[in-house]
Write a new protein. Structure first.
Length: 490
């Protein structure tokens, strides 16, 4: 029985209709798609329908943190949940339950036994013994996937608890792709020297989040939140269909809020409709998510555009987003994007405005902030100043005072946000844990309230740059060209 009822619409009415220049080579059109799930009749999945693999990946010298992490993770499992514990030196292996059992069922006895056995069985060299493969994130994903395949669950989830010192031996992306459709994943980092880039890639691609917990008590709280989110899941997977007009190219379809994450289309069988793409979204509870659809349109590639007078200014269906078959959806609801080719349209090549433009700017801000923090960690202060200055300009354009005052202020002194002038702080004045939290939050979390839409009245005059800036801006946030905005010096 269906336990959620879904609706799909465009979040911003201004993105539903576009006038595109018929004499411009190519256009990019961005649209914000909103999918809402409302609770319907039907049971919540039973605890036994959820299988959780708890994986622990720590360096040999961090044995005490490993033991505390095991205890916290096992304690957070609610009664009846199927679980297994994955760790060990060398090749990662399931350490609990033993023998031929695939899953244990959480109760007071099994939690105590699992915690005791897991700490006892840790090798003397720690979870990443010298010369072993345990520090390779791909090996951990492969081991978890193989274990779940032995006895699949309606919801199979990997909780990877790591000190962030794992690496990618070149197989990580392939290992992530192999897990898609088998399990989802959250990554918890422990310690102030945790490097979030690879764990965040794993978590967001596998429909989870990367979080930081510097000690056992907050770790237990984070794990309890994750398990609660899994138990609130009513529909494990929802296919979203994107249908495009002939001649229109799919550039990307990604979740924008409440988590910023990359989505990849499901593999298409031979002979499939090239204008139809399916994206599988996962772990749905009641709530709303927003996605950014980006497509490329060319007048010479559209059979309806041409240069014939009767095709100009005609209302054309550019793209449509709907829910796949078998999903309980509001009848007839779909997000529809329309366009017309015209010689009287604005001359810009990129048509990104409204809500989608705000989310794009927030992604650019997170990327610049992360790059600046990474440059500080490797001692490249020149690059750090450049990237953090770019983040300041973007925050100023977005009116994001909280980022300037709290996140950016932790690593740099903002001298002139509008022009991206910052002074990078000395290492001893930076709180690494606070910076890590800021990087994770800005890189993943997004509010459904996107804030004020990106202004459309102050275009950049530089050739090839189509970025619009706030009316008060003096310089373009993308290329730095001086603007002739109202109220600003010309």
């Amino acid at each position: 029985m269906d336990t959620l009822r879904f609706g799909v619409t465009l979040a911003d009415a201004a993105e539903a209709q576009h006038r595109l220049r018929a004499d411009v080579d190519a256009h990019t059109v961005d649209s914000t798609v909103e999918i809402t799930a409302e609770a319907a009749a039907g049971p919540v999945p039973a605890p036994a329908d959820i299988g959780i693999v708890v994986a622990l990946d720590f360096a040999p010298e961090r044995m005490e943190e490993t033991r505390r992490a095991i205890t916290a993770a096992i304690t957070a499992l609610p009664d009846g949940t199927s679980f297994a514990v994955l760790h060990g030196g060398g090749t990662p292996a399931i350490r609990y339950p033993g023998g031929s059992e695939v899953w244990a069922y959480a109760d007071r006895i099994s939690r105590n036994t699992a915690g005791f056995d897991a700490t006892k069985l840790l090798p003397a060299g720690g979870a990443t013994a010298a010369g072993g493969a345990a520090g390779d994130y791909a090996a951990w994903l492969d081991a978890a996937r193989a274990h779940v395949a032995r006895a699949p669950r309606r919801i199979a989830h990997l909780l990877m608890i790591t000190d962030g010192r794992g690496h990618d031996d070149g197989r990580l992306d392939a290992a992530i792709d192999a897990c898609v459709g088998t399990l989802t994943c959250d990554v918890i980092g422990v310690g102030g020297d945790w490097e979030p880039a690879l764990p965040a890639r794993i978590a967001t691609r596998l429909h989870g989040r990367a979080e930081l917990a510097e000690d056992a008590e907050p770790l237990a709280a984070r794990l309890a939140d994750i398990v609660g989110r899994l138990r609130a899941t009513r529909v494990p997977a929802v296919p979203v269909e994107v249908r495009l007009r002939a001649g229109v190219a799919l550039l990307s379809f990604r979740e924008a809020a409440p988590v910023s994450r990359e989505l990849r289309p499901d593999p298409q069988p031979a002979g499939a409709d090239p204008c139809r793409h399916v994206f599988t979204t996962r772990l749905w509870a009641a709530g709303t998510r927003r996605y950014i659809l980006s497509v490329g349109a060319r007048p010479d590639g559209d059979p309806g555009a041409g240069h014939e007078a009767d095709m100009l200014e005609a209302d054309l269906l550019l793209a449509q987003v709907s829910l796949g078959p078998g999903v309980a959806a509001v009848p007839g609801q779909a997000a529809t994007v329309r366009a017309c080719w015209s010689y009287g349209a604005a001359p810009g090549r990129v048509r990104a405005h409204g809500t989608s433009a705000v989310y794009r700017l927030r992604d650019d801000l997170a990327e610049a902030f992360n790059a600046g923090c990474t440059a500080i960690s490797r001692g490249d202060l020149r690059a750090a100043r450049e990237m953090l200055g770019a983040a300041a300009k973007l925050a100023y354009a977005l009116g994001d005072r909280a980022f300037l005052d709290h996140d950016l202020n932790r690593v740099a002194e903002v001298l002139d946000a509008a022009n991206g002038v910052v002074r990078v702080q000395a290492d001893d004045s930076v709180d690494p844990l606070a910076v890590l939290r800021s990087r994770l939050s800005r890189g993943q979390d997004r509010s459904l309230d996107a804030g004020p839409t990106a202004p459309a009245g102050v275009p950049c005059p530089a050739p090839g740059c189509d970025r619009h800036s706030t009316p008060a801006a003096r310089f373009c946030v993308a290329c730095g060209t001086r603007l002739a905005a109202a109220g600003s010096p010309g």
